[in-house]
Unconditional design. Structure first.
Length: 267
């Protein structure tokens, strides 16, 4: 991926222009490469709950960059210098940081992602220096930091979190957010009103602070709905989920056609 692509994506997000991405949880670089060529603005690799380690993140980012179409982002496993720094050194344009509960948490994430004087990231860019930098100021300009809003504290402190200097946006984890507002499970219909109110609160807080609001969604139709509601960027589903869905759909179709043909012959 060229530095121009990274800088343009950063500009787009900071200008709160809409973007659509895809979520990958599998350590399958060839599949990730194909997804990255489809036209998504970004592909996010899940290093928190995904089934890939550091080598998977590295190979996934190289696969995304090979398409020269999408940028690669990483949801890191934790809000700390090592996790964030390694993801960025591997070539991520942005990091999605989970379980941000306070403005202090958000400030720590920004500090981990930025070189001095903006932050405390250790210098050793490895692969990322091929396209961003190697000057720290260039890297700081192209690197995006998103704080996940997914806990009761995060929701309660969302305005203060959004006001954090250097934070480029917030990102909703809908499964945890549903539980945070009283749901017994993600998608619990009993808390639909509370969940939708929380989504509005989060989007409004980001808009008031002038930063981007992102959200994970299960399908393109839901992604379109969230964009209409004022979210800046939205990520769709995951490779593992779609693999299962498509495989089952083909199986059901095959069995349905076979049963129908058998019935016709018998009659």
């Amino acid at each position: 991926m060229t530095s121009e692509l990274a800088l343009e994506f950063a500009r787009k997000i900071r200008a709160r222009e809409q973007a659509v991405g895809y979520w990958a949880v599998l350590d399958a670089p060839v599949a990730t490469e194909r997804i990255g060529r489809l036209g998504y603005d970004y592909v996010a690799l899940d290093a928190q709950h995904g089934l890939l380690g550091y080598s998977g993140v590295l190979n996934g980012l190289m696969a995304i960059d090979a398409g020269h179409t999408a940028v690669g982002m990483v949801r890191v496993e934790d809000n700390n210098l090592t996790a964030i720094g390694k993801a960025l050194d591997a070539g991520a344009v942005g990091v999605i940081v989970p379980l941000v509960n306070t403005a202090a948490d958000a400030a720590a994430a920004v500090a981990a992602a930025k070189y001095p004087p903006m932050g405390g990231r250790s210098y050793g860019p490895m692969r990322s220096a091929l396209r961003i930098g190697p000057k720290p100021a260039d890297s700081n300009a192209a690197t995006l930091v998103f704080a996940m809003i997914e806990t009761p504290d995060g929701l309660a402190n969302v305005k203060e979190i959004c006001a954090t200097p250097g934070l480029d946006g917030i990102y909703v984890g809908p499964s945890d957010l549903a539980i945070a507002v009283g749901g017994a499970f993600p998608g619990d219909p009993a808390i639909e009103t509370e969940f939708n109110a929380a989504l509005e609160t989060i989007a409004e807080a980001a808009a008031s602070a002038g930063i981007a609001a992102g959200i994970h969604t299960p399908a393109g139709e839901v992604a379109a709905q969230r964009l209409r509601q004022g979210y800046t960027f939205t990520t769709i589903a995951s490779d593992l989920t779609h693999l299962e869905q498509i495989a089952k759909a083909h199986l059901d179709a095959a069995r349905s056609d076979a049963t129908s043909d058998a019935g016709t012959k018998e009659s």
